[in-house]
Design a protein around this ligand. Structure first.
Ligand code: AMP
Ligand code: TRP
Length: 341
């Protein structure tokens, strides 16, 4: 690809659909984003256009967009190494999404399981066209930056596959130099953190109960959620997701937050009770959240600094996005305005 630089380009994002990110977002995605900054050219965004699909309150959305940025920063995303921006500040996302939507089959979009699940819950009339084309906008996010890798959790695998299919389809029609075909970066062990009350379902940002730990949860409250997590039959503390989904999920969370391997944890807890594990993990989680929230508050207390980061990020992102969109407009046959020709 013509615009590839030496360091692989990375693009990812999260929806600012809540005041707080979940610990699933942190473990499944944010830790990967941070690790990739060392070796890659990383672009991370707040996917506010995607968040519109749930029709949020306007002032809440604005506030959540800032809070999401503060949480990226507190999690270790470094604005001197990563380009941090708001999706709607770069109009090319919506523009490329239109081009891609004209290349996406109606049936193909209809097969996306997230869409099927959400629309089944909401019914036809309660389901917006935006929810249907959501994965096409996500493809635009990725393809605009010629991203080689996309770090996400397991739940985004199918959307990435659609992105790859669209890139390949357009490459075969308009030339191999149209799009970079991106790969997913899904780290198996941590790609899916499960609901504490229902450890066979994903820990979700749309659940409000005791099953989700929020990064901005009061630490004591989060500790309680860990202590009341559903565990499995038996007594042994071993990593066995098929037979012991509850304990395996707790071990995964523990492993990432305490930076200990699962094997080391199994050895540490050999012969101990589920209760011991939960008490210790509840402390690990509470300590982690206390430290994390202190950092978030420092960022939230300095809105001017957040604005500088976002302005700088939008400029850098736009510079790349403009070039790509120009290339694609030309490929598909749109007549350039005379002043640009
Ligand atoms: P979302 O909250 O849907 O905007 O997701 C933002 C990122 O977090 C995506 O990369 C998701 O795949 C990832 N993610 C969300 N929930 C989880 C979870 N329970 N476990 C692991 N990764 C998750
Ligand atoms: N759809 C993603 C999610 O819900 C968020 C997202 C939007 C995204 N655009 C993206 C993730 C581009 C990776 C790349 O998790």
């Amino acid at each position: 690809m013509t615009t590839q630089t030496a360091a692989p380009r990375i693009l990812s994002g999260m929806q600012p659909s809540n005041d707080s990110l979940s610990i699933g977002n942190y473990i499944g995605a944010l830790t990967q984003w941070v690790a990739l900054q060392d070796t890659c050219d990383t672009f991370y965004m707040m996917a506010d256009l995607h968040a519109l699909t749930v029709n949020p309150d306007p002032s809440a959305l604005r506030e959540r967009t800032r809070r999401t940025l503060a949480q990226y920063l507190a999690g270790g995303v470094d604005p001197s190494r990563s380009t941090l921006f708001v999706q709607s500040h770069v109009p090319q996302h919506a523009e490329l999404a239109w081009i891609l939507s004209c290349q996406t089959g109606f049936g193909e979009a209809g097969r996306m399981t997230q869409f099927k699940d959400k629309s089944a819950k909401q019914g036809n009339e309660g389901t917006s066209v935006g929810l249907f084309t959501y994965p096409v906008l996500m493809a635009a996010d990725i393809l605009l930056y010629d991203a080689a890798l996309v770090p996400v959790g397991e739940d985004q695998r199918q959307h990435l596959e659609l992105t790859r299919n669209l890139a390949e389809r357009m490459n075969s029609r308009f030339g191999e130099d149209t799009f970079v075909v991106p790969d997913g970066h899904i780290v198996k062990a941590i790609a899916k953190i499960y609901d504490l009350q229902n450890p066979t379902a994903k820990m979700s940002k749309s659940e409000n109960g005791k099953g989700t730990i929020w990064l901005l949860d009061e630490p004591k409250k989060a500790a309680k959620k860990i202590k009341s997590a559903v565990t499995d039959a038996g007594t042994e503390i071993v990593f066995d997701p098929a037979n012991k989904p509850g304990i395996s999920n707790l071990l995964n969370i523990y492993s990432v937050l305490a930076d200990k391997s699962i094997t080391a944890l199994e050895a540490e807890y050999a012969g101990k009770q589920y209760g011991n594990l939960k008490v210790d993990l509840s402390e690990v989680v509470a300590d982690f959240l206390t430290e994390f929230q202190a950092k978030v508050n420092v960022y939230l207390d300095d809105p001017a600094q957040l604005d500088v980061i976002l302005a700088d990020g939008a400029n850098k992102a736009k510079a790349v996005a403009q070039e790509t969109l120009k290339r694609i407009y030309d490929k598909v046959g749109l007549l350039p305005p005379a002043s640009q020709a």
